[in-house]
Design a protein around this ligand. Structure first.
Ligand code: GTP
Length: 897
């Protein structure tokens, strides 16, 4: 009966596909496992499978090998092992491959079935062993045992008399082994490519060394006490470790350690094989331990014993330049009676003296500003064209300066210029006949004295305004002082002539006392009666000014680099620092690099008093300039320089010079008794109460004026210190500073930014803003007065006469009195007088009318009194009652402005 291939495969117990292949190889025409086989074909196939296969199944061989390895030496105990081994040696390659499969034998049912099947032929094979075969196997096992013993002995000998084993020697020993055991050698190389030879003992003679190309790296030091392992055991261990690392524990688990160890070992091994170091051990640093050399002191050449000083130098820098430590430097200069701190500035002269102590010369390499700015002194100006006169108006407060300036500006400037005035820039020009007059719009308040001083110095002519109804006042006198100092001609404008109370002669008389004798009285001073309200006499005043200017013949060179003076400066949002400059000589061009005081920049835009943009501004032209980095101070000088870099150089130099000046000169720090007394005196001032202020203003001039004014307030007990401020809004920093220093913030025409206001509320900082300078100063005055310790004044309140005395036990003497003047109050102070002499001065303890304690007893009434700790009261004594009152003090400093 025909059979399908797979049925037959089932019968035989082989895989259907394997059977298909087998049948194909036998010449049967089978396409797949579903192909039919005739009975004859099936019988042939069965017969083919019935013949026992010589090839051992992988499983069987693996099992057998295991048995051999474990049981080979005791021959009697494992007689079957050599038999199996012979079978294995017939197919060594298959066995090698099969071994790992067994090691990782799957435990699935199918796989275990396969193992079971494979074990069947093993049993059959063992049964078929002949006696001769068995004897042969036993013989081999004995040989193996002897060989193992010999190897062990050799290893032991090697340990005792160590001869470094090499790969070559290892290989040689392998060669003499039974070729049948090469299996194990190969196997070791397959799984453990690492070979770590034993370390050579130190006392080993060098001639015993093997050729380097075959020398293996020394073994790591071994624990002598540890049990000695055979080579085979070690191999096994290595294999086991590797297998554990790769297989059982999972590759990931031991991967890192394995890689590191192996890389290290392999490197050593490989370097031994190639004969040169692949692995280079880190080099040890060489430390010099020989005799130390003496330090050589190099002498600086005479030509190089020069230090360069830029005008001034700090003590620390000077010490550095002299190559000495500051401590030793400070000690050395003490010889000159100088006490210096590291940041003290030292001038070139003194630096030279100090340097001489060290045999050095000092060379001043200070920046020569004059040379850079190409300043020429003593110019002959007669050849230059005439320029506009600069006029400043001065006078006492409320005498009409602003009104006069306003009148001239509105009536004269607006009329003369198309478009009128769009911008107030602190200065403007007026056309009178053929000439132009430039007015400086300086404020009149005394607080602006500093500005006025500057005004007087830049001005050509001063108009002194005196109100006809008021006469000469303190600031009129102060203005005359400025005028005299500046040596400028003055024209007196007797204002408010329209007023019924106007008395121009009184003004003339008053001013004569100050040296301003009118022309009509034989003097040189022009007097013009004007009214800023009605405009009366204004033209006459302008003509008088023009006449004066003509006499003065003011000429200036319009060519060349401009020079000017700052009239006003402020910061405008979106425009930055805005500065009004009065060009005094030369021509200022748009785009010029300028340096103004301690700031610099480029004249980005020029604008005149009418708001018209200019490309250039000649002498006596007031012009508003944009483009400076910071706000300069009124009175600062503007100079045009080559480029911005040069401008910056000048600024740096000026700042350095100012700092040097600000630092009290070193000479002043000479250790002397005078200094000591001075310090002691200053210490008493430390008890002063200080009102700390931060002032913010819209204009630099106002800031300075306010600062000067408030700092003048105070007396020996209290004072004002402006700790910060300037032009601009009140910022967060100002508030924080005020909070940290218990200060107050005052804004003049300036308000706090939103965040600053919020912080001020949070921190409880007081911010006050003003638009009238008087109010600001009054408030500061009041604040200072509040800080003064109040005066305690005695106030007499009444008097009583003792009519009777009562001595009460445990209470003391009670005086029965009649109030004869004023009143007696509970708790008041009492002075007891007897025959005009003060017997007692103390406190009233009880005040009673009849039996009741009362608040006060008025004149004409009787009352009972007892005095604190005093009982010696007698009839006819006079009791004077008084209270101590605190009286608020006022500042005694000169507040006249
Ligand atoms: N009747 C009359 N009043 C005048 C005249 N000039 C000024 N006034 C008034 O006097 C007061 C003070 O004038 P201001 O121009 O503010 O005086 P000032 O000197 O500029 O004052 P400060 O700027 O505060 O120093 C104002 O009320 C003016 O209206 C004048 O010619 N006649």
């Amino acid at each position: 009966m025909a059979k399908k291939v797979y049925e037959l495969a089932n019968e035989i117990g082989v895989g259907a596909l394997d059977l298909v292949e087998k049948l194909k190889s036998m010449g049967f025409n089978v396409r797949n496992h579903m192909a039919s086989l005739t009975d004859e074909e099936a019988a042939k196939a069965l017969a083919a499978y019935a013949t026992p296969e010589k090839k051992a199944s992988p499983v069987k061989k693996a099992v057998v090998r295991k048995v051999i390895k474990k049981e080979a030496p005791p021959v009697e105990e494992a007689p079957a092992a050599p038999v199996a081994k012979e079978e294995v040696t017939e197919t060594p390659v298959t066995a090698k491959v099969a071994a790992p499969e067994v090691a990782a034998a799957p435990t699935t049912p199918a796989a275990s079935a396969e193992v079971e099947d494979a074990s069947k032929p093993k049993v059959v094979t063992v049964k078929r062993k002949t006696k001769a075969q068995k004897e042969d196997e036993i013989q081999r096992a004995v040989e193996a045992k002897e060989e193992a013993a010999a190897e062990k002995a050799a290893q032991q000998a090697a340990r005792e008399n160590p001869v470094e084993p090499t790969a070559a020697s290892y290989n040689t020993s392998a060669k003499v082994r039974d070729p049948k055991k090469d299996y194990y050698e190969e196997k070791r190389h397959t799984f453990t490519p690492i070979f770590v030879p034993e370390e050579k003992k130190k006392d080993e003679p060098s001639q015993e060394k093997k050729p380097t190309e075959n020398r293996l790296p020394p073994r790591r030091p071994m624990d002598e006490s540890a049990p000695v392992e055979t080579e085979e055991e070690k191999d096994k261990k290595r294999m086991g470790d590797l297998a554990a690392a790769i297989g059982k524990k999972g590759v990931g688990a031991g991967k890192k350690d394995l890689t590191v160890i192996r890389a290290d070992e392999e490197l050593k091994y490989a370097s031994a094989l190639v004969g040169k170091a692949i692995y280079t051990p880190p080099k040890k640093k060489k430390i010099y331990s020989g005799p130390t050399q003496k330090t050589l002191i190099t002498e600086v050449k005479e030509s190089k014993r020069v230090i360069q000083v830029h005008g001034v130098v700090t003590a620390e820098n000077l010490a550095e330049k002299l190559s000495v430590r500051f401590e030793s430097f400070a000690n050395r200069v003490l010889e000159m009676n100088l006490l210096v701190r590291p940041d003290d500035y030292i001038g070139v002269k003194l630096a030279g003296e100090i340097a001489a102590l060290y045999n050095y010369r000092v060379e001043d390499v200070a920046f020569n500003e004059e040379a850079v700015l190409n300043k020429k002194a003593g110019e002959d100006k007669s050849a230059y064209p005439v320029r506009n006169p600069i006029i400043t108006i001065m006078g006492h407060v409320d005498h009409g300066k602003t009104s006069l300036l306003d009148y001239i500006r509105k009536e004269k400037v607006a009329a003369g210029e198309a478009g009128g005035i769009t911008q107030h820039i602190g200065a403007y020009s007026v056309k009178v006949k053929d000439a132009m007059l430039t007015f400086l719009d300086t404020p009149g308040h005394a607080a602006f004295a500093a500005m006025r001083q500057r005004g007087a110095n830049v001005t050509d002519i001063v108009v002194l305004v005196v109100a006809a109804d008021d006469g000469v006042m303190p600031q009129t006198v102060e203005s005359i002082r400025f005028i005299k100092n500046a040596e400028v001609p003055v024209i007196v404008a007797v204002n408010k002539i329209d007023k019924p109370a106007a008395n121009p002669d009184k003004v003339k008389q008053g001013l004569t006392e100050h040296g301003l004798l009118p022309e009509e009285w034989g003097g040189e001073t022009q007097y013009v009666n004007v009214s800023a309200l009605t405009g009366q006499g204004i033209d006459d005043l302008l003509e008088a000014i023009q006449l004066q200017a003509e006499i003065m013949e003011l000429r200036e060179n319009p060519k060349g680099a401009a020079e000017g003076i700052v009239i006003e400066s402020k910061i405008e949002v979106g425009r930055g620092p805005v500065t009004t400059i009065l060009v005094q000589k030369g021509t200022l061009n748009k785009g010029d690099s300028i340096v103004v005081g301690e700031t610099s920049g480029r004249a980005r835009s020029l604008m005149d008093y009418t708001g018209k943009m200019l490309n250039s501004a000649g002498p006596s032209t007031p012009v508003q300039v944009l483009g400076l980095e910071n706000v300069p101070t009124p009175g600062d000088i503007l100079n045009v320089v080559k480029n911005e870099r040069e401008a910056q150089k000048i600024v740096d130099n000026r700042i350095a010079e100012r700092k040097a000046l600000a630092n009290t000169s070193v000479e002043a720090k000479k250790v002397s008794l005078e200094d000591f007394f001075a310090t002691a005196q200053n210490n008493s001032e430390a008890e002063k109460k200080v009102l700390k202020l931060i002032i913010r203003s819209d204009v630099q001039g106002s800031y300075e004026a306010i600062k000067t004014s408030v700092e003048r307030l105070g007396n020996s007990e209290v004072s004002v210190e402006v700790i910060s401020g300037g032009v601009g809004a009140i910022t967060d920093n100002d508030v924080n500073l005020a909070a940290n220093s218990q200060g107050f913030i005052l804004g003049f025409n300036m308000r706090p930014v939103t965040t600053a206001r919020r912080i001020a509320e949070e921190k409880g900082v007081d911010i006050k803003t003003y638009s009238i300078i008087y109010e600001l100063i009054n408030d500061v005055t009041l604040a200072l007065e509040g800080m003064l310790t109040p005066e305690r004044v005695e106030k007499y309140i009444g008097r009583a006469q003792v009519k009777e005395t009562f001595s009460i036990p445990k209470v003391g003497t009670i005086a029965g009195t009649a109030v004869v003047d004023g009143k007696i109050e509970r708790g008041c102070n009492i002075r007891l007088l007897r025959d005009g002499k003060i017997i007692y001065d103390g406190k009233l303890t009880t005040l009673k009318r009849f039996k009741d304690e009362v608040k006060e007893v008025k004149n004409g009434y009787e009352c009972g009194m007892s005095l604190e700790n005093f009982n010696d009261i007698k009839v006819e004594d006079l009791i004077e009652a008084y209270v101590m009152e605190e009286k608020k003090r006022t500042l005694t400093s000169d507040l006249t402005l």
